[in-house]
Design a protein around this ligand. Sequence first.
Ligand code: ATP
Length: 238
Amino acid sequence: MIELKNVRKYYKRKLVLSSINLTINKGEIVGVLGKNGCGKTTLLKCIMGLTQIQEGEVLIEGKKPQDVYEKLSFITEEGSYFPNMTVDEYGQFLQLFYEKFDCERYRRLIDYFTLSRGSKIKNFSKGEKSKLEVAAGFSKGADYIVMDEPFLGKDMFTRKDFLKLMATQLKETETVIIATHQINEIEHFIDRGVLLNKGNIVKDIQMEELHNIGKDLPQFIQEVTGYDKDKYKRVFKV
Ligand SMILES: Nc1ncnc2c1ncn2[C@@H]1O[C@H](COP(=O)(O)OP(=O)(O)OP(=O)(O)O)[C@@H](O)[C@H]1O
């Protein structure tokens, strides 16, 4: 279980997350959603223990994230790989570092994404690096897989493959937290949507509940966070 209790985060004097309370249970697939700059990445970094918080606490199974790093895997655009390594060398490194690293899963994912095992990571395209990041992130043997915009830079077919992968390969005990703007794509994949606006959780809804009331995710997000359709006219005075 992941617990965020009254988490408040500032970057210098700017308040980015204000008193966040959130509990994520084991096995849940949770989408963290909201407009640019609303605090999604910052929230994920708090869960990962990668950024300092000024108030409150984050607990992963009752412990600080820094004390259970092997339970967590962060899949991010920035990438956690070493560019000078080849795909195979990186796999060997991860195996040494993560006790529960699943070599077989890594190999299969590398093949699934048709990445060349002998190639240096630095020579990969953006999309290929992002596939490698997913392959590594899913193979660390972590209980909590935290993803920040995993669709970025991936072509249409890869995005489909990626979703298929998540829908079929995840174990029941694996928990996924995914921050993305690709709401159409994750609509039928997530169990629950947590909607942020200006650093606050403004809605936390089970997808089943949403579909039962006949709404889809884009509609729901627009209703909750609003869309200023006249902004263009105001700014450009047209
Ligand atoms: N290292 C930093 N230093 C100062 N301000 C930051 C830093 N990182 C993020 N911010 C600010 O914090 C706010 C939230 O940023 P964050 O990256 O969490 O948003 P986001 O919801 O992930 O946005 P996006 O959808 O654009 O990726 C933004 O206003 C951003 O400018």
